[in-house]
Ligand binder design. Structure first.
Ligand code: PLP
Length: 398
């Protein structure tokens, strides 16, 4: 039955590469994933920044079950008053600075980006969209059009017209933002680029340039949101506020949920000319909103945001002196461990998976390994995972 499942997976589940990880997980709890025959992995990536409050978090499960008993889907987005949506929108808005008070719920990160790009075009009446080298914003046509990696998008041309790529943290390129630019979309910490945080001065200069030119500034905090970097969203540590914030991944507490968040004044343009400027059937599903809100409250009440910094620092301390580690880049509990080359990185990652760690590298940065465990991970679990990783690094064939 077990091998049969592997074979059926390859035969009938649409594949994204010729080398899937093929981890067979039967159950997940806390930071652990459990497979058949007593196999166990420590989850070092949280499904790429999703499972921030740990797998099987009882508060989230209870919220899901309770809402499922009340109702599932009722009506397309924006028509019925669904309490889980209203409660979550109000709560997240209360934790964000002005003027970010209007939340449009969608199903995923890519859709949040799609909505944000459309909103910027509609609000400004302009078409040009500026994005960054090594940016990742999703896989739909719109988000692919602002992806900063040619390998992944070339085969899907033509993409959206009137886009321009600029260099990250490079003030000279701000000159390309002009009065014909609808929006600039930036990850304040580039995720798939290998955990590269924006410089504070650069972000301020970008904000100023957008103000001067009437351009909307979009932050993609899909990977960094909900406490992983030490604040609810990374930008809050700088206090430099976007016009539109994109969120997803941990935002749904393990359920599919995303949102683009703006001021009510900006968001309201989607109501007219044309009416129904953005539509979704399932966006803001009540069960997903209930789960997301429960996860957010858990994050806040358990102080997970505050712990992200010390837990990340512990990883750094326990790994930095290994001879194979070239550099560690870190923001809160989001780390990139840099090795000599892509081949060595791949070998370490595969050996780590074999040894009981769930990890991977980055789309645009194949010489670093990702560490982004659930924020609930304990210091002793961090020590356990570092001991396994150090052993893997000691034994890897160089
Ligand atoms: N933006 C960033 C920064 C991401 O990391 C991702 C997913 O990895 C996305 C957007 C796309 O999100 P989704 O896969 O939910 O569409």
């Amino acid at each position: 039955m077990i091998s049969n499942l592997r074979q059926l997976f390859l035969e009938h589940v649409g594949q994204t590469s010729d080398y899937p990880m093929m981890l067979e997980v039967e159950r997940a709890e806390g930071v652990y994933l459990y497979g058949p025959n007593g196999k166990r992995w420590i989850d070092l990536i949280s499904g790429v920044s999703v499972s921030a409050v740990g797998h099987g978090n009882p508060a989230v499960i209870e919220a899901i079950c309770s809402q499922a008993r009340d109702y599932l889907h009722l009506m397309v987005y924006g028509e019925a008053i669904e309490a889980p949506q209203v409660r979550y929108a109000r709560r997240i808005a209360s934790l964000l600075p002005d003027p970010l008070d209007s939340v449009y719920f969608v199903n995923s990160g890519s859709e949040a980006v799609e909505g944000a790009l459309k909103l910027a075009k509609r609000y400004t009446g302009r078409t040009e969209m500026i994005y960054y080298k090594n940016a990742y914003h999703g896989s739909t046509h719109g988000s692919l059009s602002v992806m900063g990696g040619e390998t992944f998008r070339n085969a899907f041309r033509p993409l959206l017209p009137d886009t321009r790529q600029i260099r990250f943290n490079e003030p000279d390129d701000l000159q390309y933002i002009t009065s014909r630019t609808a929006c600039v979309i930036i990850e304040p910490v580039q995720g798939e680029g290998g955990i590269i945080p924006v410089h504070r001065d650069y972000l301020q200069a970008l904000r100023d340039r957008c103000n001067e030119t009437g351009t909307l500034l979009i932050y993609d905090e899909i990977q960094t949101g909900l406490g992983r970097t030490g604040t609810l969203y990374f930008f809050q540590r700088y206090g430099i506020v976007p016009d539109i914030l994109c969120t997803a991944k941990a935002f749904g507490g393990g359920m599919p949920l995303g949102a683009f968040i703006a001021s009510k004044r900006v968001m309201d343009v989607l109501k007219t000319n044309p009416v129904l400027g953005h539509i979704t059937t399932f966006g803001g599903h009540p069960v997903c909103c209930a789960a997301g809100l429960a996860a957010l409250e858990y994050t806040l009440s358990e102080g997970l945001m505050e712990q992200a910094e010390s837990k990340g620092a512990l990883y750094e301390k326990l790994l930095a002196d290994h001879p194979l580690v070239r550099e560690i880049r870190r923001v809160g509990l989001l780390l990139a461990v840099e090795f000599r080359d892509a081949e060595l990185t791949a070998r370490i990652v595969w050996d780590a998976v074999e040894a009981g760690l769930m990890t991977e590298w980055f789309m645009f940065h194949e010489t670093a390994m990702r560490i982004a465990p659930p924020l609930t991970i304990t210091p002793s679990e961090i020590e356990e995972s570092c001991a396994i990783l150090r052993k893997v690094m000691d034994q890897v064939k160089r």
